[in-house]
Write a protein of this length. Structure first.
Length: 77
């Protein structure tokens, strides 16, 4: 497999000035954005958390909060 240099040779490229610069009329237009460039994702629905994991997380948070509340009450009394 041979390696091909992707950089243009200044002496063979059209539109280049002697110092290697490009005159204003020779520049290509700017790239447009590509909003639909990737593959279509059908396996990843745009909905949020399902009810099961969210319920488990909320239950753990409530248990931790109850533990700290009970611990604070024990320290006060």
């Amino acid at each position: 497999m041979s390696h091909i240099n992707p950089d243009p040779e200044p002496e063979r490229s059209t539109g280049l000035e002697p110092g290697g610069g490009v005159p204003p009329g020779e520049t290509p237009p700017a790239e447009s954005s590509l909003p639909e460039a990737g593959p279509r994702e059908t396996h990843n629905p745009p909905k949020g958390w399902s009810k099961g994991p969210l319920t488990v997380i909320l239950l753990v948070v409530v248990l931790i909060a109850a533990f700290f509340l009970a611990y604070a009450l024990v320290l006060i009394l």
